[in-house]
Write a protein that binds this ligand. Structure first.
Ligand code: ZN
Length: 617
């Protein structure tokens, strides 16, 4: 994911039972049995807001004496469970659904009287499934057809498929999906750009993937090819702009292949979702899901595509085995993303993006509890959705950048390419990563960085003193102008800001004092009109400054922004900041009451936490 969202530190505690296997966020008895392949047969029912049908699970038994299959579910209604015998009749099996745990959902315990290599579960999802968003026509750009999409990471696949919902298990899948005619169904599988809109779609994913990469979307979705193995899917009114913005996709794929070896997934397509998509992007294999908030017309925010594409190596190919090891997905990906941006758009932009992220991380040192600043924090007792902090992303990438500088780019690139090959299609822990790092990089070039120094990055809070930081002349010039404006020696209108790109605006705004005087905001707004800015990254920073200074003229446009967009990274910080004063809280509650119907369940949960409401309706 590329959500870089500073998540609220209000842990929902989870009772960890002593018998939990390697992944505390799953009930699955993966030491006894694992799912090798999944076949879905589903009807998409927009009226009932449910997916209904069957899931066939092919099983590999590791313990011949085991007779129970434990699966993860959340809010699923189980109708029937059968054992499938090759060439023989199906046998109905007994099962029990545990009471619902607020984080993990309900374990489905299937009893097998004799060994079975396959089970079929008939079920349907709930309208409030945490991993699906069902949108009315009014909530789409086109206003004519409903839209539905999934978001399975971290542990939401279980809300639409009964399975072993842990990144430690990988499976191939096939799906037969029926939907209303005229709508297109796409999945994280082999989408056919020429498929007839006949309401009947079949998919295959022949590479083994973890459950959080299971993905589906259904809607009025058009398609434009952007290269020999890439296309953009989006609502018809958005697809042209999306194809233009993402025109460099093939260049990015070829660049990454040159650095880290072949792209192993066939096609790389992008689905641009309605604005309620709660994240920046989601690296669903063969079909990245992306927010429309990066369509700004100048390609300045396409590092999002670099990020999701990078996941085709770090994350989808080499996967964190449990969510506390998330930095193996996100830290590696954020590093690779920056290398792709450097190769395609130049070192100046790559350095600017790195500095912005590093500054943001530094800003979080004071407020993030020290234990959570480690690269492998203790998330066993918390919701897996809380694992994606900026420390996993930025500090993780910073460690790899530091390794690159210490060992030299040639040696480090060769190492990283070897790492992706060595662990391809496997799920690993930080310990396994270190066991490969030591002989293949640290000991191979002795005296550059010790295992103890690497472990300090992983196990200690904060940012180690040996962290390598780039510099930017353009940022230095902007910092100087900002200082002059704040000191009153330069007027806002005299800032040399006409040619600033998105990142330079972000840098200027990130460095403003908190809070700024209301009169200064008014002077700045009169000169540069940031209230109502179309660029969502710039608007986010401006509205944060406006809330801190209680600058009321921004409120109407800010409310429109928070209602239009559902991407958590862009709006949750605004709700959090508003909630700090009684008046701001009242305003935020008013905005939420209007915006809620258009928000994704994950966004609603985040906003309700920020507003400390109980989310009663
Ligand atoms: Zn990511």
């Amino acid at each position: 994911m590329s959500a870089l969202s500073r998540l609220l530190v209000l842990p929902l505690l989870l009772a960890v039972d002593a018998a939990a296997a390697t992944d505390p966020h799953s009930y699955a008895n993966t030491d006894e049995v694992s799912v090798r392949a999944v076949a879905l047969d589903l009807d998409v029912d927009f009226g009932k807001r449910e997916l209904a049908g069957t899931a066939d699970l092919q099983l590999d038994w590791h313990d011949p004496a085991a007779r129970t299959l434990v699966l993860d579910t959340r809010d699923l209604t189980i109708e029937r469970v059968e054992a499938q015998a090759v060439g023989g009749p199906a046998r109905v099996l007994g099962y029990a659904l545990d009471p619902r745990d607020p984080i993990r959902g309900s374990a489905l315990r299937i009893r097998l009287d004799q060994p079975a290599t396959s089970v079929r579960i008939a079920y349907h999802s709930a309208p409030q499934a945490s991993g699906l968003q069902w949108m009315t026509p009014a909530q789409t750009a086109g206003k004519r057809h409903p839209f539905m999409f999934s978001q399975s990471e971290s542990i939401h696949a279980r809300s639409w498929v009964p399975l072993q919902d842990t990144p430690s298990v990988r499976f191939t899948y096939a799906a037969h999906v029926r939907a209303p005619k005229a709508l297109r169904v796409v999945m994280s599988a082999d989408n056919d750009v020429g498929h007839a809109l006949d309401g009947d779609f079949r998919f295959t994913m022949d590479k083994p993937i973890p459950s959080y990469l299971l993905a589906i979307a259904v809607g009025d979705i058009a398609v434009r090819e952007t290269g020999p193995r890439s296309a953009v899917y989006a609502e018809p009114s958005v697809v042209e702009a999306a194809a233009k913005e993402f025109a460099d996709t093939e260049k990015m794929i070829a660049t990454t292949e040159k650095l880290y070896g072949p792209y192993r997934w066939g096609r790389y397509d992008i689905l641009v979702l309605p604005p309620s998509f709660p994240f920046g992007g989601m690296e669903n294999p063969r079909l990245t899901f992306a927010t429309p908030t990066v369509l700004v017309g100048d390609k300045s925010l396409v590092s999002l595509v670099a990020h999701e594409l990078a996941h085709s190596w770090s994350g989808n190919l080499v996967t964190n085995a449990a969510w506390k090891h998330m930095w193996l997905n996100e830290g590696f990906t954020t590093y690779v993303e920056n290398r792709i941006v450097e190769a395609v758009y130049g070192k100046t932009q790559a350095d600017e993006e790195f500095i912005l992220a590093a500054d943001e991380l530094r800003g979080e040192l004071a407020e993030m509890p020290k234990p959570d600043q480690r690269l492998v924090p203790d998330f066993d007792a918390r919701d897996a959705d809380e694992a994606g902090s900026d420390f996993a992303y930025t500090k993780g990438a910073w460690l790899l950048r530091t390794l690159e500088v210490k060992f030299g780019r040639d040696a480090f690139d060769a190492y990283l390419r070897g790492y992706f090959d060595h662990f391809a299609f496997r799920s690993i822990t930080t310990e396994e990563m270190l066991a490969y790092l030591e002989p293949n990089l640290l000991a191979k070039y002795p005296g550059k960085m010790s295992l103890a120094e690497v472990k300090a990055w992983i196990e200690q809070p904060g940012i180690p003193a040996d962290a390598s930081v780039p510099t930017s002349e353009r940022f230095a010039s902007i910092a100087k102008q900002r200082g002059e404006w704040l000191a009153g020696t330069r007027k806002a209108a005299d800032l040399d800001a006409k040619g600033w790109n998105t990142h330079e605006w972000m840098y200027f705004l990130d460095g403003l004092p908190k809070p700024l005087a209301r009169t200064q905001l008014a002077e700045f707004d009169a000169a540069w009109h940031l209230t109502g800015a179309a660029n969502a990254e710039i608007a986010r920073r401006w509205y944060l400054a406006a809330i801190r200074a209680d600058y009321r003229p921004a409120r109407e446009q800010m409310a429109a922004y928070m209602t239009r967009i559902g991407r958590r990274y862009l709006i949750l910080p605004l709700y959090e900041e508003l909630a700090k004063t009684p008046d701001g809280l009242a305003f935020a509650r008013g905005v939420y009451a209007k915006a809620k119907p258009g928000y994704h369940p994950l966004t609603r949960a985040g906003v309700e936490k920020a507003l400390a409401t109980q989310g009663k309706d």
